[in-house]
Write a protein that binds this ligand. Structure first.
Ligand SMILES: Cc1cc2nc3c(=O)[nH]c(=O)nc-3n(C[C@H](O)[C@H](O)[C@H](O)COP(=O)(O)OP(=O)(O)OC[C@H]3O[C@@H](n4cnc5c(N)ncnc54)[C@H](O)[C@@H]3O)c2cc1C
Length: 512
């Protein structure tokens, strides 16, 4: 079993210095750790799609900003930079997972499996957030589906300005023909053929990977990773365009952004007799132990900890009376993007001994009697030679409500699989069409839960269309929590990032 033990550098933040200066078993056990204080005009919590966009645009506008990230910086330094899926098969717990830091235990892996709600949720943890662990799919939702979930946001503007703006930094483009036609991409070609025969609308998606690097893999010039299905956990050929390598690097180059990795925000508060906010963090060692505290005071607070943790931190602030003005809309409109990972076994055509990635082909089914669906072919390392996985997505019929539990410090949702039966049947209908043409039978992989949590502080419900929390001035949400449960039958990161671009363009001019 491969163990991933390499220590990663912490770049840009003060965590390394804090860790080195304050370590002592006695102080850790007793939690008598030092507290550091900082002050900035703006603080951004979380460095995923929303947080990276907000950080760059604030820093470019000359606003002194601190970005707080609970995980570490996984610096790309060649083939040994990241864990691999193959290395974890059978031993998923071995350093891969993020576990809440504490006085004695915790873990700073790059993937959190959030258990506590009524469905397991996978989220990224580390500088770059979900871009570290995502499949790289940057799929634009079709207009009619986007307008169903976000009727107040102009699709024309997103299409012509904000989607391209996000893509210009993060995307490596669509899969080129020479790579699609190479042997390791047989499964993708089978998917295209089956989807076309089934009458679906097949599109090549923009993808957050550098195809020139993948071409070198395919041509045998460098060790293959993405092209053999190892593209999720970082991607050791360097092909993955994670946010730390574009948005955050550019933001740091302005000189106006300080990045604090290994800082886990435990509380956000409005200061008494002041309009300013305080962000309370546990400073964490790479082993996941709390080694210090930091309190940062700020005028503008940007929540970008992802749908789960932005919602949790806001509901916690409400429950503890830390921000009494948090409105009733927080916790509402939470959903899973209508996600279900679908596996199809015993397909008629061979999908090849190896399935190259990243996922690059989507198929939409608008001619579906239940509702439209979107599918993303998901090549992977564990699929057999006549097997495929597909991420199925649709607009759920109803969203759920998240509630905070002060004892567990977690949120739960009243999401239930039964309530989402129409989504299952819509997705199965599309799968049936593909199986009628390309063969195979459906395998149930629902237990994996969802990777697309959305909502909890949705625009129009908890926040304005500029992300400002109703009734709580200068507190902005800029991440997936803004999107009400669905990003229109497409993977969400492109829409989350582009929406943050839309918001920041309008906001920075107003921030004094
Ligand atoms: C395995 C997997 C594959 C995926 N594949 C795709 C894909 O191919 N395409 C796609 O569009 N989407 C994909 N997603 C979903 C995508 O990653 C998310 O939709 C997207 O990253 C959400 O962006 P965000 O800005 O809302 O939050 P995130 O990207 O999740 O960023 C939130 C950040 O906040 C940090 N944070 C959380 N809590 C705290 C705290 N208390 N203190 C400090 N920091 C905190 C986290 O560590 C994280 O870095 C995938 C997700 C997973 C798990």
């Amino acid at each position: 079993m491969k163990k991933f033990t390499r220590r990663n550098l912490i770049k840009g933040g003060a965590a390394a210095g804090v860790a080195a200066g304050t370590y002592s078993p006695l102080s850790r056990a007793a939690l008598l750790v030092p507290t550091y204080r900082s002050s900035r005009k703006a603080v951004v919590i979380g460095s995923g799609f929303g947080g990276s966009v907000a950080s760059l645009r604030l820093a470019e506008a000359g606003i002194p900003t601190m970005l707080i990230e609970r995980g570490k910086h996984w610096v790309y330094q060649g083939e040994d930079s990241y864990p691999t899926v193959g290395g974890f098969i059978g031993d998923i717990d071995d350093g891969l997972l993020w576990k809440e830091p504490g006085p004695i235990s915790g873990s700073t892996g790059m993937l959190e499996q959030y258990i506590g709600g009524s469905i397991p949720v996978g989220v990224g943890a580390g500088l770059g957030g979900g871009s570290l662990v995502y499949g790289g799919v940057l799929l634009q939702p079709p207009r009619e589906l986007f307008e169903k979930v976000l009727p107040n946001i102009s699709y024309d503007e997103m299409d012509s300005i904000y989607y391209p703006r996000l893509l210009s930094r993060v995307s490596g483009g669509k899969i080129p023909d020479d790579i699609l036609n190479s042997p390791n991409y047989t499964s993708m070609r089978v998917f295209i053929e089956n989807a076309n025969l089934a009458g679906l609308d097949v599109v090549r998606s923009e993808v957050g990977f550098d195809w020139d690097v993948i071409r070198k893999e395919v041509q045998g010039e460098i060790t293959p990773f993405a092209s053999i299905g190892e593209y999720v956990l970082g991607c050791n050929s360097g092909a993955k365009k994670t946010l730390d390598r574009n948005y955050l690097a550019d933001a740091q180059n302005t000189g106006n952004l300080e990045i604090m990795t290994l800082h886990n925000v435990v509380r956000v508060r409005k200061k008494i007799f002041s309009s300013r906010y305080e962000v309370h963090c546990d400073v964490v060692s790479e082993d996941g132990e709390v080694i210090a505290k930091r309190i940062i005071d700020c005028k503008y607070l940007f929540m970008a900890a992802g749908s789960i943790h932005t919602t949790r931190l806001l509901l916690k602030a409400k429950a503890l009376g830390d921000i009494p003005t948090i409105n009733e809309g927080v916790g509402q409109e939470w959903g899973t993007n209508g996600d279900e990972l679908k596996a199809r076994n015993n397909i008629t055509a061979s999908t090849g001994p190896v399935q190259g990635g990243p996922p690059a082909i989507a198929a939409f089914d608008f001619d579906n009697p239940v509702k439209p669906t979107g599918f993303m072919h998901s090549p992977n390392l564990v699929a057999g030679e006549y097997m495929q996985m597909q991420m199925g997505m649709c607009i759920p019929d109803q969203t759920s409500t998240a509630s905070y539990n002060v004892v567990t410090d977690k949120i739960n949702f009243n999401w239930s699989r039964e309530d989402n039966e129409p989504s299952t049947s819509a997705l199965n209908h599309t799968m049936d069409k593909m199986m009628n043409k390309g063969g195979g039978e459906l395998l149930d992989v629902k237990a994996l839960g969802t990777w697309h949590p959305l909502g909890g502080a949705a625009m129009g419900v908890a926040c304005s269309d500029l992300g400002e929390l109703y009734g709580t001035p200068n507190l902005f949400v800029v991440d997936g929590a803004l999107i009400p449960g669905s990003s229109g039958a497409a993977n969400p990161s492109l829409t989350i990032g582009a929406n943050a671009e839309r918001i920041m363009e309008r906001l920075v001019a107003q921030l004094t």
